[in-house]
Write a protein that binds this ligand. Structure first.
Ligand code: FAD
Length: 566
């Protein structure tokens, strides 16, 4: 069953739930898309106008579907396959719902806009087996050669509970956690802007690691080490230690790392359904509007003119050249630097700087298909499962066990790594990676012959070497807030010189919460508002969009000098 998206009523709780509302731009995207008034309208003269959508990932397809609904013609370009980083691989000869999720695999219910689309398109979700979660029969935490078996955090040695308490106390003392989360729960935009603005000023220059070392609760180096391994939510956050502390706070204060659910049938089902499910009464889909397939990779975007304004002239890998009044780019921003030949005039110079400074985390995953969920076999002497969800400081770092039923093959995510841990795997092919992970796991589970259960060639990915990605997701470094603010607010184009209007950016890079699909969707919705506005359209008075209320809730702008705002 897909989760409810109603943020007004918590399930049995006294207070409204945490959602990915702000904190930087507290706009209720979930309410906006759910309103029966729709996202707006365009003038009759603009009906049928073609808009180039570059990238058929989640953000490109959310935008395409809404624009099509409003009477525009989205022309979709895709360099690889529909879905982008919602990439589910299937194993030849096995059922389609048995997937290896190479990109996004777990979605917090606080992603209320994402769940709106899951519900609309009839997709189900199921609890994801994260460390120590209720959906996970057991977890093994293995650090420095010592493995601990646990069903809940209370089964772990005292140091783990001390570290969890130190983190809560640090957030309370140094990140206004109570005030922040209360303002998000109550959707009190003014209060949220106030408390978050103070945190932005104070913490934009701070790393996650520096934030911990500054806290008395983390005086102990050992605690910082353990926290990096197990930490909060999904664990393994030490690879984020060099990132801006604001990136971490955005995750914790919006519950993005809690209560994850997976999409039944594969994460790629969402972009696929956005693409091929009819959106109107006449039964037409975005796929139909595109003649059944996207156009190939974009190779050049030029600014050209026509009477009364500018256009965008786009060349694709097949050599076809077409011109549009508006274009939306949704790929990783580095593609604008090294893959697509772009006119300088596409963006103001400060935005180009922001694009150039974009920083990505790398990420690798290794998956194996196994004959059955053998890990559930209980050892009669210990009463424990043969194998558990595993967090370790060995090469595999995070191992997830995906159960498709006792009499069906299971999927083991042998390893999910980020940053340096992902780089360590780059030279190795899929089988070498599998061997390495089986060696790590063999040290933790000496009596389990995992290899004897493997029934297909392993599947692996390293996003940093993927031609059209070059990274898994953006991760801002300290001092990057100003760049982020520019990219996110770029959809407000009346403020830009006319020659820069009509080219829009959306997607994970533009999002405040990169690495979370909800953020990418929010930026797509900003672009929808921007494109409608650019083409002379407007929102319904009863359902104002992000651009209509922008001035009241705009992200704060930091000045040049520390402690100043513009
Ligand atoms: C390893 C990993 C794990 C993740 N885990 C989660 C998770 O558990 N939960 C969650 O919510 N989110 C997760 N995410 C983030 C989530 O996948 C993204 O936020 C979301 O899929 C991004 O969608 P997008 O449309 O912005 O970008 P993309 O999906 O990257 O789409 C952009 C598209 O543009 C295409 N493109 C690039 N260049 C060109 C060109 N020149 N011409 C035409 N097309 C081009 C690309 O091929 C791609 O299909 C994860 C991401 C990764 C990589």
């Amino acid at each position: 069953m897909t989760q409810p998206v109603n943020h007004h009523h918590a399930d049995g709780a006294d207070e409204p739930p945490l959602t990915m509302f702000g904190p930087d731009f507290p706009f209720a995207y979930d309410d906006w898309v759910a309103s029966p008034e729709g996202l707006g309208s365009i003038p009759e003269s603009a009906r049928g106008t073609e808009v180039a959508i570059i990238g058929a990932g989640l953000s490109g397809l959310v935008a395409a579907r809404h624009l099509a609904r409003l009477g525009l013609e989205p022309v979709v370009y895709e360099a690889e396959r529909i879905g982008g980083r919602m990439r589910s691989e299937r194993f030849d000869g096995y059922d389609d719902d048995i997937v290896a999720e190479m990109g996004a695999m777990r979605f917090p219910p606080s992603s209320t806009t994402l769940y709106h689309y899951l519900n609309e398109l009839g997709l189900d979700t199921a609890p994801f087996p994260n460390p120590l979660s209720e959906a996970t029969p057991s977890t093994v935490v293995d650090l420095k050669g010592q493995a601990h078996f646990a069903r809940t955090v209370n089964d772990l040695p005292q140091v783990y509970r001390d570290v969890a308490a130190a983190w809560d106390a640090t957030l309370a003392d140094h990140a206004d956690a109570a005030e922040l989360t209360d303002a998000i729960r109550r959707r009190d935009a003014a209060r949220l802007r106030n408390v978050w603005g103070r945190l932005v000023e104070r913490l934009d220059d701070q790393t996650f690691y520096g934030f911990l070392t500054d806290s008395d609760h983390f005086r102990s180096f050992r605690h910082r080490e353990v926290f990096g391994q197990v930490g909060f939510g999904t664990g393994g956050w030490d690879t984020d230690y060099p990132n801006s502390m604001l990136e971490i706070l955005r995750v914790t204060c919006t519950a993005a790392d809690d209560h994850h659910r997976g999409i039944v049938g594969g994460s790629d089902q969402l972009p696929m359904r956005l693409w091929d499910t009819p959106f109107g009464e006449d039964g037409v889909s975005v796929k139909d509007l595109n003649g059944g397939a996207p156009r190939p990779a974009v190779t050049a975007i030029r600014r050209t003119s026509r009477a009364g304004g500018y256009r965008y002239t786009i060349t694709d890998a097949a050599g076809e050249i077409r011109s549009y009044d508006a274009a939306l780019f949704t790929g990783q921003a580095w593609m604008l630097l090294n893959t697509i030949d772009c006119d300088d005039d596409l963006l103001p110079i400060d935005h180009w700087t922001a694009v150039e400074r974009t920083h990505y985390m790398g990420s690798s995953k290794v998956f194996a298909l196994v004959d059955r969920p053998f890990w559930k076999d209980v050892d009669p002497t210990t009463g424990r499962e043969a194998m558990s969800m595993t967090l370790t400081d060995r090469m595999s770092r995070g191992t997830y066990l995906l159960d498709h039923g006792d009499d069906r093959p299971g999927v083991v995510c042998l390893s999910y790594t980020w940053s340096d841990d992902s780089l360590k795997l780059l030279p190795l092919d899929a089988n070498a990676r599998m061997d390495l992970m089986l060696k790590s796991l063999g040290e933790i589970y000496p009596d389990v012959d995992i290899r004897s259960h493997i029934i297909a060639t392993p599947k692996t990915v390293s996003w940093e070497t993927e031609r059209y990605f070059m990274g898994a997701f953006k991760a801002n470094l300290p001092g990057h807030y100003r760049y982020q603010e520019r990219l996110y607010t770029h959809f407000m184009q009346d403020r830009l010189d006319e020659r820069h209007r009509g080219f829009f950016l959306a997607g994970d890079d533009v999002s405040w919460t990169a690495g979370w699909a909800e953020g990418a969707i929010q930026t797509a919705l900003n672009a929808v508002w921007g494109i409608v506005h650019h083409l002379g359209g407007a929102t319904a008075p009863g359902n104002p969009g992000p651009g209509d209320v922008f001035e009241q809730i705009a992200p704060i702008r930091l000045g040049d000098e520390r402690g100043t705002r513009i």
